[in-house]
Write a protein that binds this ligand. Structure first.
Ligand code: 5GP
Ligand code: ZN
Length: 113
């Protein structure tokens, strides 16, 4: 756990969040500031700063679980969904704990801003 990380505090139950899924070291919560009718965040319970910092070697299972969970949650919405992994300052990342956004429930446009 990283002591100054919001998502680590959510994982530890120190900050409340609406948890929609929790299994195999992965947790999914509702985003506090939703950008679509459905906006979930899927993250590993252990602290990893972002996808670039992730050490894939030896932990491919974690990424599989992360993406599998995100895809399963998104697939509940028949019209489709979008997965987003903002990475670093220019990538729009504001919370430095790896997370996959699951957006659904409206038509998504492209390119993103
Ligand atoms: P990022 O900008 O890093 O890709 O996404 C961070 C996301 O975390 C944002 O969509 C933001 O609304 C969400 N967020 C920030 N603080 C909290 C919080 O305390 N609880 C929840 N549930 N979501 C948060
Ligand atoms: Zn963290």
């Amino acid at each position: 756990m990283s002591s100054d990380c919001i998502f680590c505090k959510i994982v530890a139950g120190e900050i409340p969040a609406k948890v929609v899924h929790r299994a195999n070291g992965i947790i999914a919560i509702e985003d506090v500031n939703p950008q679509a009718p459905v906006h979930l965040l899927v993250l590993p319970e252990r602290h990893v700063a972002n996808i670039a910092e992730h050490t894939f070697k030896g932990s491919a299972d974690e990424i599989t679980s992360l993406m599998e969970t995100a895809a399963e949650l998104g697939s509940k919405h028949a019209g489709g969904f979008r997965l987003v992994v903002n990475t670093g300052a220019d990538g729009g990342q504001t919370v430095d704990h790896l997370h996959v956004h699951v957006l659904a429930g409206r038509h998504m446009t492209w390119p993103p801003g």
